[in-house]
Design a protein around this ligand. Structure first.
Ligand SMILES: Cc1ncc(C[n+]2csc(CCOP(=O)(O)OP(=O)(O)O)c2C)c(N)n1
Ligand SMILES: [Mg+2]
Length: 541
């Protein structure tokens, strides 16, 4: 099939992938792409390329599919790199298409506009897949190959650089047929051993990471059949809805869950990294008898030795284990439920007046709605744990921990899921990184409530410095008057200065059909019971 230019071809491929909205910044090095997308689909002009990737990433996460970002050559592609790193950490699916100089001058070092040294090498370093389009016959194949790489576990972003002369050229496109990927089934000997262990379990616990999100039904069935408790990483939240009484959730390092882990006799883990923040820097004591399911060989036993490794897709492995499941010993499931209640009650109490905000968000949101979170104390303390999630597609947060990505992610998610409201939780510091995206919010007007927790700086680092030393460095920030700022951007604004404001303010903002900026004045609201410090070890201490 023939297309007039690369933009027409890109639209064809995006339609095949079910993508209707693309995020980016226009440039002389992507004009044909942006123009075709804007004409045929929806192009969202974000204000920084990092946000384009964050928005595309969250668009994909919120739909359980792939998102697409368009950037320019050189600085534009470089600006995207930090957010590509996030998509790589998360294993989320992003198709990043970026410009490149005219093919005649590629690599010549002649200072062609936007030229940079080894752009492909940079993209390779931060993407799961990277390729250059070599001619006007190969673009369709490369774009589809990139999408497939991004969508195949363990996922990650796929970057394609496209010389500008080739974007303008007429394209020939051959249909590409990829063989369907069969699910990876576990080895039968390993499975028999794991099944026998599971059948012997009296006090089982299951730990779900993001890899469990493709096997929600199978996981729920095994949970019911065993009466086990379910601990999750942050990424595994919602794999089974968090109001299920066996779901303890993202509370692994609390004293009550540590005690439960100490008494458990079998641990079954599914698609998890055991990241440092979720295992107290890998020091968390876990049961020795460990069935570990993962699609990556390297993940098996990488952190916690796996006595029973199963290299398999989560769904296939859990399905094969189900016939071996037996109910736990009497009392175990009740204890799991008691631990679930206890850890939540303690956290609810610890966060003091912020609990009213957590409760009000959940009360105002429909059951399934995205909560996108930047890296701020309210997210790290309660947003990542206490604020219940019922579906992993609603649980959007930067897995690599980089600040500044929440609003871009929220915009992407809100445009992916226009039928439900989206909430973004951001700190004043994280929001300042991409303050320009307030203008994207004002322009696109999605149903998005942006809650800014304002403590006049990088609170979490300030707490660490106050805890460990007597001098503050780089943590106190000038913040804008958010009321004036919202007005300057044409955004509705509301403020929370006391617990009793949370319900009415958030109900109105979340119930409206467009964006609202809600500022939480943390000084006025009052402190948590004790200052939050992150679960990060200071080397040498
Ligand atoms: C890209 C990036 N740069 C720096 C950091 C270090 N960092 C972590 S949290 C944080 C402070 C965030 O401040 P704010 O958004 O106001 O949230 P608060 O801690 O005040 O609740 C910083 C600077 C980071 N995580 N990511
Ligand atoms: Mg702050």
């Amino acid at each position: 099939m023939r297309h007039d230019n690369g933009g027409e071809l890109l639209v064809t491929v995006l339609r095949e992938l079910g993508i209707d909205t693309v995020f980016g910044i226009v440039s002389v090095h992507n004009l044909p792409l942006v123009e075709a997308v804007d004409r045929e689909l929806r192009f969202v002009p974000v204000r920084h390329e990092a946000s384009a990737v964050n928005a595309a990433d969250a668009y994909g996460r919120a739909r359980g599919t792939l998102g697409c970002a368009l950037t320019s050559t050189g600085t534009g592609a470089g600006n995207a790199a930090g957010s590509l790193i996030e998509a790589l950490s998360a294993g989320s699916s992003v198709l990043h298409v970026t410009g490149q100089v005219e093919s005649e001058f590629l690599g010549s070092g002649r200072g062609f506009i936007h030229e940079t040294k080894d752009q492909l090498g940079m993209l390779e370093a931060v993407s799961a897949y990277a390729a250059s389009i070599p001619d006007a016959r190969g673009a369709g194949r490369i774009l589809r190959e990139a999408a497939r790489a991004a969508l195949t576990a363990p996922g990650g972003p796929a970057s394609v650089e496209w010389p500008i002369d080739l974007q303008y050229a007429a394209q020939t496109d051959e249909p590409v047929l990829f063989a369907a990927l069969a699910p990876i089934a576990p080895d039968t000997t390993e499975l028999a051993a794991a099944g026998a262990l599971l059948a012997s379990a009296r006090r089982p616990l299951i730990w779900a990471g993001g890899g469990a999100n493709t096997a929600r039904g199978e996981l729920a069935a095994l949970l019911e059949a065993t009466g086990a408790g379910l601990i999750t990483s942050n990424s595994g939240r919602g794999s089974v809805p968090e109001d299920h009484e066996q779901v303890i959730g993202n509370f692994a390092t609390t004293p009550a869950v540590r005690a439960l882990l100490a008494d458990a006799d079998v641990l079954l883990t599914i698609g998890t990294h055991f990241r440092s923040n979720e295992t107290s820097d890998y020091t968390l004591d876990l049961p020795e008898a460990h069935i570990q399911i993962d699609v990556e060989t390297a993940a098996l036993g990488r952190v916690h030795p796996a006595t029973h490794p199963l290299l398999a897709d989560a769904g296939a492995a859990l399905d094969s284990l189900l016939p071996h499941a037996v109910p736990a010993e009497p009392g175990w499931t009740d204890r799991v439920g008691a631990v679930r209640t206890e850890v939540r009650a303690i956290l609810h109490d610890t966060i003091g007046p912020q609990a009213a905000i957590c409760d009000a968000i959940r009360a105002a949101l429909p059951r399934e709605a995205v909560v996108a979170r930047d890296v701020t104390i309210p997210s790290s303390s309660w947003g990542n744990r206490l604020l219940e999630m019922y579906d992993p597609k609603d649980n959007v947060f930067p897995r690599g921990g980089g600040i500044g990505q929440g609003l871009g992610m929220g915009i992407g998610a809100a445009l992916a899921r226009p039928d439900a409201p989206t909430v973004v939780m951001a700190g004043d510091g994280g929001l300042a990184v991409h303050l320009g995206e307030l203008l994207t919010l004002a322009q696109e007007r999605p149903r998005l409530t942006l809650i800014v927790f304002n403590d006049g700086g990088y609170g979490v680092l300030r707490n660490m410095q106050d805890h460990h030393g007597d001098r503050r460095s780089g943590v106190d920030l000038t913040t804008p008057d958010f009321d004036l700022l919202a007005r300057a951007c044409g955004l509705p604004y509301a403020r929370i200065t006391a617990q009793e404001h949370a319900g009415p303010v958030l109900t109105e903002a979340i119930g409206s059909d467009g964006p609202t900026l809600v500022e939480v004045d943390l000084d006025a609201l009052g402190p948590m019971k004790s200052p939050f410090t992150p679960p990060v070890r200071i080397p040498g201490q």
